[in-house]
Design a protein around this ligand. Structure first.
Ligand SMILES: [Zn+2]
Length: 269
């Protein structure tokens, strides 16, 4: 119902309301039509610019890729996960992927539209994830990009009149509203994903990890560790995710479903 309303409401604003399937369902079977009011090219251009601004800003403060061992580790995991994105969409392995480690206390990681990844040192140092667990986080974040959840959320914002002055182009000018680049930053850093998007990212994430040879059950131990941080330390992106019990139950089912993919990679070693 919601999607239908969005399309009707936006018809007067934009000509094109496109219903798409951004990804193949994979073994985990994520299959949901998505309504888009912007093209991938528009959103990816905005994300690229947003990412560049963020990384450049952090680099000026000496907060990017300070510890070579951490950077090597995070990039090695990314390099194993990225080729597996082809199982969900053929174009993704060829995206202009970038991976950087940001020095910040928050327990956080994200992947902007088009494959722009950031992992915060707060996640590495406070959660102390194993490689399998770090792959679970990164697989989850990469899944948001594959499903183009950012594009979908920007489309929803457009339908609600949040964006002004960007009709027809990835224009950076707005009058009173947010431009696309600002909005991508806002959605990536501050606005929680919907429960539906989180569940999709969890399921695709475990499959990416399994295909890359990481134990998909690590997603469960990861969330247990995250939960263990507790209280005021609970990461923002965890507190806004589906309830802990629901999430872990779902991860158990889907990690189990992709175990054969993981086991196959172990035989190959
Ligand atoms: Zn998420």
């Amino acid at each position: 119902m919601m999607r239908r309303w969005l399309c009707i409401a936006s018809l007067s604003v934009l000509a094109a309301c496109e219903t798409v399937q951004t990804t193949q369902p994979g073994v985990v079977g994520v299959d949901r039509p998505q309504s888009m009011l912007f093209s991938s090219a528009q959103i990816n251009a905005s994300a690229q610019s947003a990412y560049q601004q963020l990384v450049t800003g952090a680099a000026k403060k000496g907060q990017v890729n300070r510890d070579p061992a951490q950077v090597e580790r995070v990039r090695r995991i990314a390099q194993r996960l990225i080729p597996q994105t082809g199982a969900f969409r053929a174009d993704a392995p060829g995206w202009a992927w970038e991976t950087n480690v940001i020095s910040a206390k928050e327990v956080n990681a994200w992947c902007m539209p088009g494959g722009k990844i950031a992992v915060y040192t707060g996640l590495i140092e406070r959660v102390q994830p194993s490689d399998d667990e770090l792959a679970a986080v990164m697989g989850h974040e990469i899944a948001h990009a594959l499903r183009e959840h950012g594009r979908e959320r920007v489309s929803q914002a457009q339908a609600q009149g949040v964006i002004i002055g960007v009709v027809g182009a990835a224009a950076s000018v707005s009058r009173g509203g947010m431009d696309l680049t600002q909005l991508v930053v806002e959605l990536t850093l501050n606005k929680p994903n919907s429960r539906e998007h989180e569940t999709e990212a969890d399921r695709i994430g475990v499959e990416l990890a399994a295909r890359a040879g990481y134990d998909p059950r690590a997603a469960i131990s990861l969330w247990e560790k995250m939960q263990g941080l507790g209280g005021s330390q609970t990461p923002q992106f965890l507190s806004t995710h589906p309830s802990y019990a629901t999430r872990v139950d779902d991860l158990r089912v889907y990690a189990g479903r992709v175990m054969p993919l993981y086991q196959e990679t172990q035989h190959r070693r």
